[in-house]
Ligand binder design. Structure first.
Ligand SMILES: [Zn+2]
Length: 305
C-alpha cells in the first residue's frame, strides 16, 4: 500500500520527491504551479526530468493537483480559454515529472433550468484539452463534497462523463474520502454497497488515487472540511479499515490532505504503514493456521483410515 501527503515544490519538483523519500513515504502530491492562479508556467524541464528519474529509482508515485481556480465548467469564454491552457500546462508538467496525472475537481452546476448543460460543458472542455494532449499523464476527475443531489457526487456521474468524452483513456479517477462522506456517497457504513456499485460501473478499474481525509462534519452535510485520519473526525478507524482493505486499492497511492497541525503527516503516515503491516501480518498468520489445519486433517485421515 502506498501512502503519502501533499508537499510543497518550494525546492523544485526533485526537492519534493526527495522530501517524500526522507519522510518515508511511497507517494506524494504537489501543485505543479502557483495554486492560486491559472497562469501557465515555463517550468524547469531539467528539474522535472530529475524528479521523474528519482521517483523511478526509489519506487515513488506522484500526482499533481490543479490550481484552485480550475473549473471544468467555466462561466465565460475568457475563463474557458484560461482553464484549457492551464490544464494543458499542468499535464505537461506532471508528465515531465513522471506523475500519474493531474487531479481536477468535477465541474459545478451552471444552469438551474438545464442540469444537462453543466455536464455538456464539462465534456466539451475535457475534449478540447485532451484533443491537444498525447502524453502519459491523465486527467484525474475528483468527486465533489456537495450536498446529496448536487453534481459530481456520485460514481455514476464520474463514470458517465468519462465515457461520454472523446478520449476516455486519458481520464482516470481520484476518490476523496472526505468528499464522499460529506455528500453521502459513502456514509461510513455502506462501503460494501459503494464497492459493489463501483465494480458494476467499472469505476475501480480507472481509480488512480485516493485522497485519504477524515471529515470535521457528519455525513450528508455537504461540508468540505478535512480532519486527520486518526484525529477528531466523523469517519471511524474501522470505517477507514474497510475502505483500505479494498483489493482494487492495493497498489494505488493514498494521499493525505489532512491538517498537519493536529497530527504531523510524517506521524500519520507512519501510523498508517504500521497498521497495514499489522493487518498483513495477521493475514499471513491466518493463512499459516489454515494450512496447518488442513495438514492436520490430512494426517488424521491417513492415520485413521
Ligand atoms: Zn481532495
Amino acid at each position: 500500500m502506498k501512502f503519502g501527503c501533499h508537499l510543497s515544490i518550494r525546492n523544485g519538483y526533485l526537492g519534493a520527491a526527495r522530501q517524500a523519500l526522507s519522510m518515508k513515504m511511497d507517494a506524494f502530491q504537489y501543485f505543479p504551479k502557483n495554486p492560486r492562479s491559472l497562469k501557465t508556467k515555463l517550468f524547469n524541464r531539467e528539474d522535472a526530468a530529475l524528479c521523474k528519474h528519482f521517483c523511478k529509482a526509489h519506487g515513488l508515485s506522484s500526482i499533481g493537483h490543479s490550481p484552485y481556480p480550475t473549473s471544468l465548467t467555466p462561466h465565460d469564454i475568457v475563463r474557458r480559454k484560461q482553464v484549457i491552457a492551464s490544464l494543458l500546462n499542468d499535464l505537461a508538467i506532471t508528465d515531465a515529472c513522471g506523475s500519474i496525472g493531474i487531479v481536477v475537481h468535477f465541474g459545478k452546476e451552471t444552469s438551474r433550468g438545464n442540469p444537462l448543460a453543466s455536464y455538456q460543458l464539462m465534456i466539451d472542455v475535457l475534449n478540447e484539452v485532451l484533443e491537444e494532449w498525447d502524453g502519459n499523464a491523465k486527467i484525474l476527475l475528483e468527486n465533489r463534497a456537495g450536498l446529496p443531489g448536487t453534481i459530481g457526487t456520485t460514481l455514476e456521474e464520474l463514470v458517465q462523463v468519462r465515457k461520454l468524452c472523446d478520449f476516455p483513456e486519458k481520464i482516470g479517477f481520484c476518490l476523496d474520502t472526505c468528499h464522499a462522506f460529506a455528500s453521502g456517497l459513502w456514509n461510513g457504513d455502506n462501503w460494501g454497497e459503494v464497492l459493489k456499485r463501483g465494480r458494476e460501473l467499472a469505476y475501480f478499474d480507472e481509480l488512480q488515487v485516493v485522497h485519504l481525509n477524515n471529515s470535521k462534519y457528519s455525513t450528508r452535510q455537504g461540508k468540505d472540511r478535512h480532519a486527520p485520519v486518526f484525529g477528531p473526525g466523523f469517519i471511524t478507524e474501522g470505517q477507514f479499515d474497510a475502505l483500505m482493505q479494498t483489493p482494487e486499492c492495493k497498489d494505488i497511492p493514498f494521499i493525505l490532505e489532512t491538517p498537519k497541525e493536529i497530527i504531523p503527516h510524517e506521524k500519520e503516515i507512519a501510523m498508517l504503514q504500521k497498521k497495514m503491516e499489522l493487518a498483513a501480518r495477521f493475514c499471513r498468520g491466518m493463512k499459516i493456521i489454515r494450512i496447518s489445519m488442513r495438514i492436520l486433517k490430512c494426517l488424521e485421515k491417513m492415520c485413521f483410515n
